[in-house]
Design a protein around this ligand. Sequence first.
Ligand code: ATP
Ligand code: MG
Length: 449
Amino acid sequence: MEQIRISVPNEIQKVLDRLEANGHEAYIVGGCVRDSLLDRTPNDWDVTTSALPTQIIETFFDHRVIETGIKHGTVAVIVEGQQIEITTYRSDGEYLDNRHPASVTFSKNIRDDLSRRDFTVNAMAYHPKHGLIDLFDGRRDLSNRVIRCVGQAEKRFEEDGLRILRAIRFASVLNFRVEEETARAIHSHSSLLSGIAAERIREEFCKLLTGVGAVRIIREYMDVISVFLPELALCQGFDQNTKYHCYDVLDHTLYALDECETDDLLTRLSILFHDIGKPHCYTEDENGGHFKGHAPIGVDLTEQILRRLRFDNDTVARMKLLVELHDLPIAPQRKSVKRLMQKLSDEDIYRLLELKRCDRLAHASFFREVPPEIFRVPEIMQQIREEAACLTLADLAVKGGDLLAIGIPAGKGMGEILNLLLDAVIEERLANEREALLSYAKQLTFDQQ
Ligand code: ATP
Ligand code: MG
């Protein structure tokens, strides 16, 4: 047996011990073994066991147990406040639809369970006393930094098309390459992804995009990405025909992504989609190519894509703003920055600035200097935050009631006046002080009449 030590969290050790004490086998398995061997922090710790779901429940009779996954053999147990997924050894039946096994068979043999797993690096199990079980040379592939299917790649992708995207997701996140046979099967079977639920695609794609190898993988597997992002495929080879650009639209996008210094998902998505409208508005004159209006078209396409992939409303709304604003200059002045702060959260302003910085660095070499506003805007923002400057109606030193008291009737006119007061304060034409605001309000009512 291999001499390997993985330090297992307390609550997991308790789960393993308790299952064994009740006559069952139990191991940690999958991502947590892989990540521990790579010295990465595991996202979660999964346990696999010979115990049947009912036996797991019996074993943890004195714990809270969540039975939602029980049909597939998964029971979640709460130990020391942690939710731990415990799954019965199983082998999957025939896959009839490229998505789900038609049946699940529980097994007493861990070999069956490891064989059904997707990649060799994900198919290892470990127990602090019994060591590592590595039936498919997962350790060798880890040290060679390779993603390889367990068994025959084509067959494994035919069983579950999502594995195609998972393979390149892991290659991106771990910065691994894909073994040749697996890579060939990914390319030849990419269309299977079109039958996979949008939520599952979204989850894997988001991880891929935030991985360190994202740009390399997207370039290499553009045929796969195109199955669920055909809009991006249209950018491939789309010549920009202008001196400001030396790359086609897709290459420009990927070079921009390569400049990105954060693994923040929204920043990366906004970079990926910022020019997605370009192929739809190309015009040419004696000065070369133009993409007038590509931002608003990009906004619509971004919304379509994100809705199709079942992103939540909040993400859709924020992404639309980033795409809309990506090409507009921001004057490094208090007034403009305040206007921006009315529209976007501070976090999203930082995203917008990063998007603009990366966009610029992916232009033709003579046009790559980062505009100074990128550095100035955060300073101005900080100053405005420190002053707790007035940015919204709620911050204004007068309310509707104050206007009523000086004889301004409630209704649309009052709303307009409040907004004009806010404008004046934001533009620093007027101090956010009660007396000044009331006298300006009177003047405005007078003008309205
Ligand atoms: P992460 O760090 O992202 O959680 P993970 O390896 O734990 O990575 P999960 O999606 O949490 O990935 O799945 C846990 C384990 O279940 C995997 O390591 C793999 O062994 C197995 N698995 C998950 N999805 C599939 C699949 N579609 N086909 C085969 N095995 C799978
Ligand atoms: Mg996991």
